[in-house]
Design a protein around this ligand. Sequence first.
Ligand SMILES: [Zn+2]
Length: 485
Amino acid sequence: MTAPASAPTVELAVRGGTLVDADWQDRADLFVSRGRIQAVVAPGTPLPAGSGQATEIDATGRLVLPGGVDPHCHVGFTSGDFTSLDDYRACTTAAVFGGTTTIVDFAIPRPGQAPIEAAYAQRAKAAEGLCDSALHACVVSWDGTTHGQLTELAAEGVVTVKMFTTYRGENMADEDTILRTMTTLRDVGGMVVVHCEANHLIEDAQRRCAAHGGVGADRMSFTRPELAETASVAEILAIAESARAPVYFVHQSTASSVELVAAARRRGLPAFSETVAHHLVLDEGRYDGPQPERFVCCPPLRPAAAVRELGRHLFTGEITTIGSDHCCYDLAQKRSNRHDVRTMPNGLPGVETRLPVIFSEYVVGRGLPVTRFVALTSANPARTNGIHPRKGSLRPGADADLAIWDPTLRWTLTAPDLHMATDYTPYEGRTVTGKPTTVVVGGRVVVDADRLVDPTPRGRHLPATRLDLTPTLDPRLPNPTRQYA
Ligand SMILES: [Zn+2]
């Protein structure tokens, strides 16, 4: 209950709030020392001797959550003719305003660039961030150097590798390359993270759309059918099972894809489902509206019934993580090729809105336990990226990254009030309940009452330790227990 007698000076105390971790919640105070959580103590516990100068945050009526970990975030991403508009500083500024204190970016190689070169270039940018970041490497094709590159990257703590089954001629990898990458990563304690959409089915759908009705932004959902996703997930699961290799599926947009992964997991395969906020909240009706280009993302938004079915799996435990798939294009970029989804930039800005939107829709709106919210948006992403319990946890020893959350505050999402490097949000005008009102990074208050109070870049690249895949294999809901009786 109390800090050890030899405890170092406490610099920050968070008092009066309800602490919520992935598997417990309780009224408690939290002490921070040297940027880390030093102790979780009974409410009102005096500070240790010598801590007279500690900053105190009154969290009465608020939740104290581990800062969000966004497992899927594209920073300054170039695809085709377009580059998304943020850098580490801009992206992490938006992240902390939204209660996210760790982002996981992707190092997608440019044509002719080696995966390791792309990863080291992206890793060097971490220091520009207002919070810490981790990295997924990416393999597109296999050559005599790939095995050595993956082994070296693993030694450097980059053990998750993105692969695509779509975007022919750009990022698409063939099945041999996926198998070899999976096998190599299995042997070095890593994991492939896959964007699954069967490219042949998508190209066929696009051809048919081009002949009948067009390939404009309003036709988005017809150009990338659900079947393309399900077919590709089944294929990649078969490769992973054959190789006995762990696998993580990014942005799964349908319940049937999630269920394929869940079935494989029950057969013993370490296989994980990520969903992203917009697929859990928005539906394809947006493509019938006046500005469908605002909602063009891959996979596309799905029918309302499919969104409900997907959301149901937040409660069954079959979904492992919720990311943002943040990709910060502005309206000029989204509009420029809106007549042809094959060439317009895919992706939605979302690093700042991920937590508020999911909290409002699912915790407030549908009764998702707040512990489960923390598991999905913070603890599990930290686990599958090998940065838990340093991140995504309120346990003593964890980095003191905190989102102090007002669960009742109602506010309206509108682009001018957000901090992402773009001029729109797909949630424009949406009123949500719940907001991070104070955000702490490494023991320092960075955001307070809608103001950036510490803009100093202190971002660090987080090398992965061994991936923690076992806890996330258990799909049961965490059972909140009284931790500090
Ligand atoms: Zn993505």
